[in-house]
Design a binder for this molecule. Structure first.
Ligand code: ADP
Ligand code: ASP
Ligand code: MG
Length: 417
C-alpha cells in the first residue's frame, strides 16, 4: 500500500461541482488501495477577495489579523471536501494546519515551515480516514496562525509528503502540467514530460506560479518526486524530479514571465562604501526579497541604485527606504510598477554560448527595449515594459523553437542566431 499526497489548487475547488469532482478523484485513489492525504487551497479567488475586503478598511492591516483572516479560506474548502467525500461513502477528516501539526517560524504572511508533527495525521490514517489538510497555514511557537505566502498550499503539500515519507506528491491544478511557457498567454507552449528540480526552481522563482518556489526547494532537498497534472482530466502531467542524465538537459527549456515586479531606483546616493549595505540590510531584516540589482556609475560622486522586488512588498519597501533617504544623503526614490521580467531557463546554457545573444535578438526583433539584465548559471532575465510581456514571451519562445520536439533542435543556440 502506498501513501500519496494530493494537492488541489483554488481553481480545482472553485465551486461545489468542482469540489464533488475532486472528492470523486480522491475516493478513486482510496479505492485503488492507497492511503491518501489531501491538501486544498481556498475556493477560487477567495484569498484575493478576502484581501480586497481588508483593503476597503485599511492598506496596512496588522499581519497577525491578516493571517487569521486569510487562513479561513482553506478552512471552508477542507470541510466541504470532507463532507463531499463522506457523502460518497468514505470516511474523511479535515484538519487545519495547526491540527495537522504544521509548525512555522514566527513570521506572518510568508512564514517558513519549521517542522511537522505528523502524529495526528498518522493516527487518522491508521483509522482508515482520508485526511484533508488546509494548505497555506501553520502555527507559530506563540500559538498564532501564520500563512506561508501566496501559492503556499504547494509547499504545505510537499512538506507533508516529506514528513509522512509519501511515495509521491501530486499537484492537481488547472493546466495539464508544466509547459515551456505559461499556456494561458502562449497557447503554442509545449507540455514538458519531465523537468529537473533545478530548472523548476528557477522557473518558479521567475514567475511560473504553477509551483511555489519553496515547494520545489523542499522537494529537491528531500528528493520528493512531484507530479503536476490537471484536476480536470486524466492526462499524464509533468514529473518534477532529479534528472541525472545531464546530456538531456536543453540549453533552454522554458520561458517565464513575472508581472508582479516593481522597479525601485534610489536616486543620487553618495558613491561610498556602506550605502548598498544599509539599504539591503534594512530590506533583508523586513524579509523583503531583492531580485535584480544594478548600480550605475556616474562621473560625479553620486550614483543611482536600482533593484526589483515583488510588487506585494512595494508599500513596505518604499516606507523603509524613505526612512533611509536622509541618513544616506540620497536625492530621492522612484518606484515603477509598469515593468515585467521575462526569463529563459535551461540547465544546459552554462556550456552553450549564444543563449543570451539569441534572447536579446528575439527582443530586439520585436522592438522591445531591455531595461535591466540579470543572470544565474541556468537563467537569463530581462526587465521590460509590462505592456509588451506577451509579445516578449512569444518572440523568445519562437526564437528558441520551444514549440518543437527538443530532439529536433540544432545542437547549439548559435545555429539559431
Ligand atoms: P492553483 O490554483 O492550482 O494553485 P495556480 O494559478 O497557482 O493554480 O497555478 C496554475 C497556473 O500557473 C496556470 O493556470 C498557468 O497560467 C500558470 N503558469 C505559469 N507558468 C506556467 C508554466 N510554465 N506551465 C504551466 N502553468 C504555468
Ligand atoms: N489560497 C492561497 C493563495 O491564494 C494559497 C494557495 O492557493 O496555494 O495564495
Ligand atoms: Mg497555486
Amino acid at each position: 500500500m502506498s501513501l500519496i499526497v494530493q494537492k488541489f489548487g483554488g481553481s480545482s475547488v472553485r465551486n461545489i461541482e468542482r469540489i464533488k469532482a475532486v472528492a470523486q478523484r480522491v475516493c478513486n485513489a482510496k479505492d485503488q488501495g492507497h492511503q491518501v492525504v489531501v491538501v486544498v487551497s481556498a475556493m477560487g479567488d477567495m484569498t484575493d477577495d478576502l484581501i480586497k475586503m481588508v483593503h476597503e478598511i485599511t492598506p496596512d492591516p496588522t499581519p497577525r489579523e491578516l493571517d487569521m483572516l486569510l487562513s479561513t479560506g482553506e478552512q471552508i474548502s477542507i470541510s466541504l471536501l470532507a463532507i463531499a467525500i463522506q457523502s460518497y461513502g468514505h470516511t474523511a477528516v479535515s484538519l487545519t494546519g495547526w491540527q495537522a501539526g504544521v509548525q512555522t517560524e514566527n513570521l506572518h504572511g510568508k512564514a517558513k515551515i519549521k517542522g511537522i508533527d505528523v502524529h495526528r495525521i498518522q493516527k487518522e490514517l491508521e483509522a482508515d480516514q482520508i485526511v484533508i489538510v488546509a494548505g497555506f497555514q501553520g502555527i507559530n511557537e506563540m500559538g498564532d496562525i501564520t500563512t506561508l505566502g501566496r501559492g503556499g498550499s504547494d509547499t504545505s503539500a510537499v512538506a507533508l509528503a516529506v514528513a509522512l515519507q509519501a511515495d509521491v506528491c501530486e499537484i492537481f491544478t488547472d493546466v495539464d502540467g508544466v509547459y515551456t511557457a505559461d499556456p494561458r498567454i502562449l497557447p503554442e507552449a509545449r507540455k514538458m514530460s519531465v523537468v529537473s528540480y533545478g530548472e523548476m526552481l528557477e522557473m518558479a522563482s521567475s514567475g511560473a506560479v504553477v509551483l511555489q518556489p519553496r515547494a520545489v526547494e523542499f522537494a529537491a532537498q528531500y528528493r520528493m518526486p512531484i507530479t503536476v497534472r490537471s484536476s480536470f482530466n486524466d492526462h499524464p502531467g509533468t514529473m518534477v524530479k532529479e534528472v541525472s542524465d545531464m546530456e538531456r538537459e536543453m540549453y533552454v527549456s522554458a520561458v517565464t514571465h513575472d508581472c508582479n515586479v516593481t522597479k525601485i531606483t534610489v536616486i543620487g546616493v553618495p558613491d561610498r562604501p556602506g550605502v548598498a549595505y544599509t539599504i539591503f540590510e534594512a530590506l533583508a531584516k523586513a524579509r523583503i526579497n531583492v531580485d535584480m540589482i544594478v548600480q550605475s556609475t556616474k562621473a560625479e560622486t553620486v550614483t543611482d541604485l536600482l533593484f526589483t522586488i515583488s510588487s506585494d512588498d512595494t508599500r513596505q519597501a518604499v516606507h523603509i527606504i524613505e526612512g533611509l533617504i536622509d541618513e544616506l544623503g540620497a536625492q530621492g526614490l522612484h518606484c515603477d510598477d509598469s515593468v515585467a521580467k521575462v526569463s529563459v531557463i535551461g540547465a544546459g546554457m552554462v556550456t552553450n554560448p549564444g543563449v543570451a545573444a539569441l534572447m536579446f535578438k528575439a527582443l530586439s526583433s520585436a522592438g522591445i527595449n531591455i531595461q535591466v539584465i540579470s543572470t544565474s548559471e541556468i537563467r537569463i532575465s530581462c526587465l521590460i515594459d509590462r505592456a509588451r510581456v506577451q509579445d516578449a514571451v512569444r518572440a523568445i519562445h519562437s526564437a528558441f523553437k520551444l514549440d518543437q520536439d527538443p530532439s529536433e533542435l540544432p545542437p547549439s543556440p548559435v545555429d539559431l542566431l
